[in-house]
Design a protein around this ligand. Structure first.
Ligand SMILES: [Zn+2]
Length: 345
């Protein structure tokens, strides 16, 4: 928990630090930046031993964080430009943007048959285990999200880059909750919060603290209720996120009609936690939608660790570099990104 607190603070302090550093390194920024992902950035923030005197001075509250600011600069440069005044995924949502309802799209006729969601830069909204799954809850109710254990006061993070669409209270349901429309077209819902850290229409980057966990609304024990939706309709978050490994299954998710299928399983069927020496795979998912091949285990993934190479991964899974490249639509020189998952079967 201490580390995540540090990271939270670092995120707040970094923009100021970047401004200073940018002035100095402005003339050297022409070179192409390598692809660097969030987990690696966080790793470097915490573990880098190089701390420039200059940035040290910025931490007036005495916080001594070892930051490799160049890495954050690179991550920032990798982001596509988005004007915070614009509506995210405006084209697919047909200009619809309001601040009252989770699902406001009932009348939208122009929904695409399929839509590719870019899952870059995912952040697990809170660091906890799943306590309730997407699925049937009793005979009459349905649980359209995932519950993740969290203590009241734990920081909740934006899952992807986006803009806060709804910030409201619903006493019989979500309690204090937020809906974020992401640039990738998904919307995510964060329920039962104890405190908001953002305002309506705020632009938030993935990993930005947006609220604190709580026990408000229809909730018994503090936790985060988390939903993923597209055009207002709930999608089983397990199709997109591998909760045991706290990462996304793939770099992209294809939304089709089958994305909205309801499982018949009980919300009490919890996904087993992953063991560190086994590859991250959806194969150990118990009792979930077996007709989705990404959940049923026909498809297997490996979560990329520091030092992994395509050669080593192919050996480990008894496959070839060539077939790994084909499966993932990459080539043998593609940079593997720590924390991302690569399909191995
Ligand atoms: Zn829930």
């Amino acid at each position: 928990m201490e580390i995540s607190n540090l990271i939270t603070r670092a995120r707040v302090l970094i923009p100021a630090a970047l401004m200073l550093v940018t002035l100095n390194s402005f003339s050297q920024q022409v070179q192409e930046t390598p692809e660097i992902k969030r987990p690696e950035v966080l790793y470097k923030q915490v573990h880098s031993s190089t701390l420039s005197k200059q940035s040290e001075n910025l931490f007036a509250d005495g916080l001594k964080l070892k930051l490799d600011l160049s890495v954050l600069d690179d991550a920032e440069a990798e982001r596509e430009f988005f004007n915070p005044d614009d509506i995210p995924a405006d084209d697919v949502y047909g200009g619809m943007w309001e601040n009252r309802y989770v699902n406001m799209y009932g009348s939208l006729k122009s929904a695409p048959d399929s839509f590719i969601v870019d899952l870059d830069n995912f952040t697990m909204p809170v660091d906890g285990r799943m306590t309730s799954n997407f699925g049937r809850r009793g005979s009459r109710r349905y649980h359209y999200g995932i519950d993740i254990k969290a203590q009241t006061g734990d920081t909740i993070y934006a899952a992807f880059d986006g803009k806060v669409r709804v910030k409201r209270y619903e006493g019989n349901g979500y309690g204090y909750y937020l809906v974020i429309r992401h640039l990738n077209g998904l919307e995510t819902v964060y329920g039962h919060l104890s405190k908001f850290l953002v305002e309506e229409n705020d632009y938030v980057e993935s990993g930005k603290p947006i609220g604190l966990a709580g026990n408000t609304g229809r909730s018994f024990g503090s936790h985060l209720h988390f939903e993923t939706r597209f055009l207002g309709k709930p999608i089983n978050p397990n199709f997109i996120i591998d909760f045991p490994s706290k990462s996304v299954h793939k770099e992209e998710y294809l939304v089709t009609n089958s994305s909205y299928r309801k499982t018949n399983n009980s919300s009490r069927a919890i996904i087993a936690s992953s063991s560190p020496d086994r590859p991250s795979t959806a194969a150990r998912v118990s009792n979930t939608e077996s007709t989705n091949k990404f959940v049923s285990g026909e498809v297997q993934y490996h979560r990329i660790q520091k030092g992994d190479t395509l050669g080593a991964i192919s050996k480990k899974y008894g496959t070839s570099v060539n077939s790994l490249c084909n499966l993932n639509n990459i080539n043998s020189r593609t940079v593997l990104r720590v924390g991302k998952s690569i399909r191995v079967s």
